[in-house]
Design a protein around this ligand. Sequence first.
Ligand code: ADP
Length: 446
Amino acid sequence: MAASDRSGQSTGAALPGLAPAPPPVAPWSDRLRRSAVVLLVAALALVALVVLGGVPFARAIAVFVCIVGAALIPWQLHDAQQSRGEAIGAAPVETPVVRALIEGMPDPAVLLDRAGRVLHFNIAAGQLAPALRRNELAQFALRSPEIITALREAITYAQPRRTSYVDHVPVDRWMELVVKPIAVPTAFGGTDYCMLMTFHDQTPLRRVEEMRADFVANASHELRTPLAALSGFIDTLQGPARDDAKARERFLAIMHTQASRMARLIDDLLSLSRVELSAHVRPDTLVDVVPIIREVIDGLELLAKERQVVIETDLPAGAVTIAGDREELLRVFENLIENALKYGASGGRVMVALTVAPATDGAPEVRVMVRDFGPGIAPEHLPRLTERFYRVDVGDSRAQGGTGLGLSLVKHIIGRHRGRLVIESVLKQGATFTACFPQPKPPESA
Ligand code: ADP
C-alpha cells in the first residue's frame, strides 16, 4: 500500500461528496475573556452614571446583575446542551466500547466518520497501512484507486462496497476490501453514518486457485500425450498397416507402453488425492519398517539387474517400528529406490541404509536413506523436485516411464506421517534422499 503524503494532512479536504466536518467550538478561555470585557465595560458605564448622579446606586446594581446574567447564562446553557449531546451520543462511535470492538477484530479494520476521517483502527490495519492516523483522512494512508473509489461510493450512496486490489509492499498480496456504512443514531433522534472498512488477505486462496488450475492443465496434458499416440496407432492399424503383421506387432507393443503410462498416471493421481484427503489423519498402527524396505528391494531386483546397478543395504537385524501405513510406506521406498535406479544408474550402485538418530528437537527419528552415485541434481532444481509434474529433464523422465508425481506423492505421505524428506545432491556425485519419521515413544512402564 502506498505510504501517505504527510505534508497534506492538516489542509486536506474531505473526500468529494462527503459532509464537511463540524466547525470548531471556541475554547473556554476565549469565551470567558469576551464576557469579562463586556462586564467590565458595563460596570464602568454604571459607575459613571452613579457618580454623575443620573442613576440611583440600587438600580445600578440591579442593572449590572441583569447584564451579568445576560452575558453568562446563554453560553452556560449552550455548554450544558453540548455536554449532554456528547453523553447521549453525538459521536457514539468514539466510545471505548467501539474502539475495543475494532481492536478485537481479527482482520485489519478501520472505522471512519462520514467525512472519511479515521476514528479507530486496529493493529492489523496499522501494519497494512502504517500511515493511518486517527482524526486524519483515510485517503492519505490508503491510496489505491480501488479503495478510494469504494469508499467514496459507500459514503455517497450509503451502500456497502466490495473491491479487490493488489498490495505490492512488502510482498505482492491479493487483498479484498469491504466498506460497510453503519447507521448511527444522533443525539437529536436522527441518523448519521460511519464507515467500517475491513480488509481480507485473499493470497492463500488465490495461490490454491492457481495451483489447482496448473494441476488440471498439467494432468490433462500428461494424459493427452499417450492418448494421442494410442489413437494415432489405432488409425494406422485400421488403415495402412491393416495387413502388415510385423508393423502390427511393433505398434501393439508401443500402444501397450502408452496405455501403461496412462494407467500409472491415473494411479498416481488417485494416490495423491487419497493421501491429500487424509493428510490430517496421522497413521497410528505400529509397523516394522525393515521388512517393508526389504520387500521393495526384492521387487526392484529385476530393474536393478536391467540397469546393471548393485543395491547395497545397511539395515538393522532387529525390528524398527514407526506409526505408519504399510501400503503408503511401500510407495515411498519404491519411489525413492526406483528413482535412484533409473536416474542414478550410471553410478553402478545404490545404497539403502536405516539409522535411528535424534532430530533437531532431540526426539529420536527413523531415517531411511537412499543414495545413488549418478549424475546428481543441480542445486536450482532441488527445492522444486517435490512439486507435482516437476521434472529436471521431461524427456528423460518420460523415457523412464515417469509421471512427475512420484516425489510429490512421497512428500505428502511423509507429511501425513509427520516426518520430513531431505534431498541432498552434488552434481556428478549422485543424490541422497532421506525419509525421516518420528519414532513413537516407548510405552511407559507401570
Ligand atoms: P518421475 O516420475 O519423473 O520420476 P519424480 O517426482 O519421482 O517423477 O521425480 C521428479 C524428477 O526428479 C525426475 O523427473 C528426475 O528429473 C528427478 N530425480 C528424482 N530422483 C532423482 C535421482 N535419484 N537422481 C537424479 N534426478 C532425480
